[in-house]
Design a protein around this ligand. Structure first.
Ligand SMILES: [Cu+2]
Length: 190
């Protein structure tokens, strides 16, 4: 006696671990910028972070990753990254640092410096898409445990990978920005 087995194709539903809240831009009168964090600017393009010199040879993912930026101010609990796309393609920025955040704000500016969008998220930030010619100002509120660690140890230094996810789903090394060299380290200091 045979039992017909119905194979149930389980679709892996990717639940984005991100609660995205579209933020209505509203000017709060009289409240000037209270952010003390100094922004750290990172340029991105084909296929590099930081500067063209940071680009690893095409397809050589085995090369040690370079330090793209060293950021101080982690003890304050807030980090501001300015991601400037100087290339011709869209880049999808991901970082392990994003996972250690509790709140984030991403403001996008066009080539002329005009603000084109503002999104606030609660929880860890998944990725930041940066269109060609635009700049994303990413404000990260660090996880309290991480912030405390930096407060307690002035010599603490932590590395987080910075990567580009663009083209990764294509299963083609020539289109995979990470494989092409868009990866490196962010060094975080108190
Ligand atoms: Cu990219």
């Amino acid at each position: 006696m045979s039992i017909k087995r119905i194979s149930v194709g389980l679709l892996a539903v990717i639940v984005v671990g991100l609660f995205s809240v579209p933020f209505t831009t509203s000017m709060v009168s009289g409240s000037a910028a209270q952010e003390e964090a100094q922004p750290t600017t990172i340029q991105l393009g084909e296929y590099f972070y930081g500067a063209p010199v940071n680009a690893a040879p095409v397809g050589d993912a085995s090369k040690p990753e370079k330090i793209v930026a060293t950021i101080t101010g982690a003890a304050k609990g807030e980090i501001v990254l300015v991601l400037k796309n100087v290339g011709k393609l869209e880049h999808e920025v991901q970082s392990a640092l994003f996972l250690a955040t509790t709140e984030t704000q991403v403001k996008s500016f066009d080539a002329g410096g005009k603000e084109i969008s503002k999104v606030e998220t609660v929880g860890a930030l998944r990725e930041v898409e940066v269109q060609p010619g635009t700049t994303a100002e990413v404000t990260l509120s660090l996880d309290e445990t991480l912030q405390r660690a930096f407060e307690d140890d002035p010599s603490l230094e932590m590395r987080f990978e910075l990567a580009c996810q663009s083209g990764h789903d294509k299963r083609d090394t020539a289109k995979d920005h990470y494989q092409m060299g868009m990866r490196g380290w962010i060094v975080l200091k108190p």
